[in-house]
Design a protein around this ligand. Structure first.
Ligand code: SF4
Length: 62
């Protein structure tokens, strides 16, 4: 499983980092970036939750 973030859609709310800090963090521009590729099995559930909860649907997990 892999995650990607649409940088143009991210509004820097920080929710993904709060929900799943093992996968997402905000970079120097306060845009979410994916820290791990592929996503470790133990972090897949929270990565999917972050995808569902992102207010702008900027996260894509597949
Ligand atoms: S939840 Fe979505 S909008 Fe908020 S920081 Fe993460 S990717 Fe950006």
């Amino acid at each position: 499983m892999r995650a990607r973030v649409d940088r143009d859609a991210c509004i820097s709310c920080g929710l993904c980092e709060s929900i799943c800090p093992d996968v997402f963090e905000l970079d120097d521009e306060n845009i979410s970036v994916v820290k791990v590729d592929p996503i470790p099995a133990e972090a897949e559930a929270c990565a999917k939750e972050a995808e569902e909860e992102c207010p702008t649907n900027a996260i894509h997990v597949e």
